[in-house]
Write a new protein. Structure first.
Length: 206
């Protein structure tokens, strides 16, 4: 008897797929959204400076004052991105995959336009990553066409993932119930603020 079960994998809880060294297997589950991404430094509620991604549709204008600067004081580079929902075979989890690497984009575009392969939702894709930093390389290969497990499709449909939320800086995995709960909490906070303002007026503090 071994200490850990055969085939044990550390659970993945991240909602976003990242390419790791070696082979990365996934099946595309949705159409892609495309746009421009750049990073901007903001101050959070705790007063800490954090870098956050900003994503814009291809038709939306970007003004110079919106673009942040990198650690060298140079303007942040803008990147063309794709984002779509995938089933990560290695993590056994539905996630969002964002691709900014041109080599991967071109390879998948070529597969999608090839009459023998076509829609990437009909076969798995394997992206093999090797090297580090500026020497990183990616090789894209399709697996033979195979029907995806219906349980995965049903799980994906039930999740109601909203990719368009990425353009608003929001969470694509947030459900309508989450939105309603947040709106209810916000309404309660607004009512509490108004009550305090009314009390101040009648107390002669305003």
């Amino acid at each position: 008897m071994t200490f850990l079960p055969d085939g044990y994998k550390e659970p993945v809880t991240d909602n976003y797929m990242k390419f790791l060294d070696g082979e990365n297997h996934f099946r595309v589950l949705s159409s892609a959204i495309v746009g421009i991404e750049f990073w901007k430094e903001e101050t959070n509620k705790e007063g800490e400076k954090v870098r956050k991604p900003v994503r814009r549709r291809m038709t939306e204008a970007i003004t110079p004052d919106e673009i942040g600067v990198d650690k060298n004081g140079e303007p942040e580079k803008m990147k063309h991105f794709w984002a779509f929902v995938v089933y990560n075979r290695d993590a056994e989890r539905i996630q969002i995959l964002e691709i900014t690497q041109k080599t991967i984009q071109r390879a998948i575009k070529t597969l999608a336009g090839n009459t023998k392969w076509g829609d990437p939702q009909e076969y798995d894709i394997v992206v093999t990553r090797s090297g580090e930093k500026f020497e990183t390389e990616y090789v894209v290969q399709p697996d033979p066409k195979e029907k995806i497990d219906e349980a995965i499709v049903n799980e994906y449909k039930a999740m109601n993932i909203n990719l368009e939320a990425l353009f608003d800086g929001d969470d694509p995995f947030k459900t309508q119930e989450d939105v309603e709960d947040r709106n209810d909490d916000s309404a309660k906070e607004d009512m509490e603020i108004r009550d305090e303002e009314i009390d101040e007026i009648f107390d002669g503090k305003e």
